[in-house]
Design a protein. Structure first.
Lengths: 110, 110
């Protein structure tokens, strides 16, 4: 399988936390400031900044300063590599299960 | 979006490491012992056991003792929830980008 390793490491790690997935879902409905996000998750600004930084490092969120406020927006990554990896994994798993099924069927007949 | 949070936390964390994704790909071609996997990744048995344990806790690998050897096999989880989450996220992102595009087009016209 093709390895997009560093990218996949970073993105899957970014996605492995419920709050961060929630932030992505929230940003899907519109841009938000870090303080909006902190308030929504009843979290300190510092705590939310850490989550946003992880999402930013993974390319899932971009931020820009507007006056004194830091606005967050989705993108630029679209999880294409992650989708491809998981899809390829699932095809491989199905093929493996089919082979096991055939083996068991042959064993039963034999 | 539906939250399968604990499951998704555990699986995405399990997938966020290159060696563990490699182990899953290797097991897609057939079962293997922990020492086979350790040799393949030039890793100590202890190091590989930790990776396998994380994959096992995420439901991505099952292990069984055959004599003195611990054999690893894929399953039972098929990454269905992970696929669903990412697909839903991508649809949301596309919709968001479409709305931004329309907004920019209107701004340009206006």
């Amino acid at each position: 399988m093709v390895q997009y390793s560093t990218g996949l490491d970073t993105t899957f790690a970014a996605l492995s936390e419920r709050t961060r997935r929630g932030v992505l879902e929230r940003l899907g409905r519109g841009d938000a400031s870090i303080s909006d996000l902190a308030a929504r998750y009843r979290m300190t600004l510092t705590g939310m900044k850490k989550h946003v930084r992880i999402l930013e490092d993974a390319g899932l969120v971009t931020t820009r300063k507007v006056g004194r406020v830091r606005r967050c927006r989705l993108g630029p990554r679209r999880l294409e590599d992650e989708t491809a990896w998981i899809a390829q994994y699932r095809r491989m798993l199905e093929a493996r299960l089919d082979r096991l099924g055939e083996f068991l069927a042959r064993t039963k007949e034999g």
